[in-house]
Write a protein that binds this ligand. Sequence first.
Ligand SMILES: NC(=O)c1ccc[n+]([C@@H]2O[C@H](COP(=O)([O-])OP(=O)(O)OC[C@H]3O[C@@H](n4cnc5c(N)ncnc54)[C@H](O)[C@@H]3O)[C@@H](O)[C@H]2O)c1
Length: 347
Amino acid sequence: MKHKLILIGCGGMAKTHAARMETLEDRVEVAATVDIDLKKAQAVSDLLPNHPPVFTDYHDALELGDVVLQVLPHHLHASCTIDCLDAGKHVLAEKPLANSKEECLAMMEAAKRNKKVLMTAYCMRFHPILREMRRLIREKVYGECFQLSIWTEQLTIREDAAWLHDRKLLGGGQLFSHGCHYIDLMLWMLGKPVKGTHCGSNKCTPWMDREGTSNVCLEFASGAMGYHFGTWGARGTRMGYSFQAHCEKGLLDFKLSENKLILRGKIAEHVPGVPEDCKEYVLMDMTNAPAKHTVEEMRHFLDCVDTRATPETSPEQSLAGLEVIWELYKAEDENRLADFRNISMPF
Ligand SMILES: NC(=O)c1ccc[n+]([C@@H]2O[C@H](COP(=O)([O-])OP(=O)(O)OC[C@H]3O[C@@H](n4cnc5c(N)ncnc54)[C@H](O)[C@@H]3O)[C@@H](O)[C@H]2O)c1
């Protein structure tokens, strides 16, 4: 069955989704674009091959479709998603699921009540190289992973989206808004964390109400360590978006801008810097592939709608990642280590 999709919220991320919709024409057609700003709804409609009708109130558009892509500011995620589920639509909801545990639970309850699919749009989970990295880690192909590090460095100042700077509307700071992708990836790759710390600051990102730069350190039940550094204040970058997993037999190394998974091995003992006999093996090369795998993400959502399978990025898994972030923030405010032992981990 070809699905009819209502696209709600036509800002920056909606354009990324819309630009790749043509690839999915066998599965889905956008039946309406919605934004409180009609010009934005029109601009996204213009990107689409069929130029669907535009609306300023999503309630008026819902009857045109059976599935919804919700791409709204975070404080609106819960109310809009619940309205759509109650109207009988399946919803692919942009990350993070919502700004509080109560809202997340209400969204999950609405999906259950209406027997509809609710999936979080964690597009990084659909990146083929990250999927392979996870398989290599979980199957211990290069031995145990003992350190997973993720860096994201970018400059994010959004004059056109003030909600992104406001801790109440955003739900927190850089970690909650963007880092939620990478906390989710760490749980997905390494399992249950037991304790951790967050130190964040808005130094040199004064436009951010909470932190614009974030450092997270996690210890997992396996004994592995996780580290995430993210900033929205980078004026230059070498790391860009980088992922490194140190395993017993080598380093799995992935830089998003280069789109290659490299195994670095055979390092000499006790030699500082890069040793002469350090070998590189390209395990996967996806040069020219997009950074955001929104097509695979949408295909998976539609497969779940067709088969009623539970999405890989289920709301339960999303909530677990957000609970880790909320406990990290709380512990930071209380000047103590975060304790994750009571968070259930459906991974
Ligand atoms: N997965 C990713 O890589 C990624 C990247 C960027 C953003 N996002 C997510 O996408 C979502 C939107 O972010 P963005 O950067 O596109 O924000 P944005 O501010 O650019 O877009 C949000 C749009 O929603 C519209 N809007 C606000 N209230 C509305 C309402 N009641 N009804 C209809 N439209 C309304 C605004 O006018 C705006 O055009 C967020 O959840 C964000 O975290 C995801």
